[in-house]
Design a protein around this ligand. Structure first.
Ligand SMILES: [Fe+2]
Ligand SMILES: [Fe+2]
Length: 348
């Protein structure tokens, strides 16, 4: 018998050369590769790791349920339940986008940046979880409402998540259906909305737990926005007219979807009972009263208007028309408002 070393020393070279391996049917995550085309994205990914933070390290013992009235506690739980409709979908949304980026063989920094957004969104989701657990055990839905106000909150949250579920079904289809620029313009709008929201909340709250939470989340969201912008700068040149008009529609869809947390939900897309908005305002009022940092209706509208104006400035640079947003006195192209849940992509 031959020694193993001796066997290894002699290569087997078949007559006629090595056999080519079968081609891997795409999309597939194989073959493995680490192509870097956009150094800036690689740098952002490294920065995201250095800026890591842990929600468990916020001063949670300073968030005491007994410091609030029952209505205020319910208001806080309600606000975080509404936020969770967006931020708690983030981990699954970006995990799927990460897998998609691997299957499409996007350059390595794109995949890594998506992974870092997934990581960050899991922290944001944990903030919703922890805040709710402190003030309203069993929230959002696993508790027995007793008063009229509690029943209204419980019912509104169920309706909200019914809509979140429609969005998720649409998103699952959108990932394979839309090109990268369409997906990313929607992501970009979501990140613009999120960074605007948390900047406003961080300046509005007086509570140390929420102040620390909102400023950190706001920083993450600004980095997500930077990631989307960097990817879009690669993707935007050479868009077809069809893609451009699809993006215009997506921007209007994004406005309708994200207004639920940034401001108030306009009609279109949202499938809600007629009393929803009225009760929503009362519950948001209790959250505001609790010192969470929820801005006034007018302040929210102003922030949202400024954020939309930024998105508008960005996309018009690339020859994409901005949709009319009469709700905020922003003029632009009219887009039919029969927004299908399958058309909605924006996330936080
Ligand atoms: Fe985000
Ligand atoms: Fe987030």
């Amino acid at each position: 018998m031959k020694e193993p070393e001796a066997a290894a020393a002699e290569l087997i070279i078949p007559d006629g050369g090595f056999w080519p391996a079968p081609a891997i049917v795409q999309p597939n995550i194989y073959p493995m590769e680490w192509r870097v085309e956009t150094q800036k994205l690689a740098d952002i990914y490294q920065k995201s790791k250095r800026m890591a933070w842990n929600p468990a390290d916020l001063p949670w013992d300073e968030l005491r349920a007994e410091d609030f009235t029952v209505q205020q506690r319910l208001g806080i739980m309600y606000w975080f339940s509404v936020l969770a409709n967006f931020d708690a979908s983030g981990p699954a949304v970006f995990a799927r986008a990460t897998i998609h980026a691997f299957e499409q063989h996007e350059e390595d920094p794109v995949r890594k940046c998506f992974f870092s957004i997934t990581r960050d969104e899991m922290n944001h989701e944990e903030c919703c979880q922890r805040s709710i657990a402190e003030v309203w055990p069993g929230g959002p839905l696993d508790w027995q409402p007793r008063t009229e106000l509690e029943k209204a909150a419980h019912n509104n949250i169920s309706w909200l998540y019914h809509n979140g579920g429609r969005y998720w079904n649409g998103y699952n289809k959108a990932v394979g259906k839309y090109s990268l620029p369409v997906l990313f313009t929607s992501f970009m709008m979501g990140e613009m909305a999120a960074s605007t929201l948390f900047r406003g909340m961080a300046s509005g709250t007086k509570h140390p737990v929420f102040a620390g939470m909102f400023s950190r989340i706001g920083r993450d969201e600004s980095r997500h926005l930077q990631i989307c912008m960097t990817i879009l700068e690669n993707e935007w040149p050479g868009l077809t007219d069809d893609t451009k008009s699809l993006i215009t529609r997506q921007l209007r869809a994004g406005f309708i979807f994200l207004s639920m947390i940034l401001w108030e939900p306009p009609p279109g897309f949202w499938d809600l009972p007629p009393y929803f908005l009225h009760n929503h305002r009362i519950l948001m009022g209790h959250a505001r009263d609790a010192g969470l940092g929820v801005l006034s209706y007018e302040e929210q509208a102003e922030n949202w208007r400024v954020a939309m104006a930024r998105v508008r400035a960005i996309v018009t640079r690339w020859g994409i028309e901005f949709p009319a947003i009469p709700e905020l006195d922003i003029d632009g192209v009219d887009v039919a408002d029969d927004i299908d849940p399958e058309d909605i992509i924006p996330v936080f």
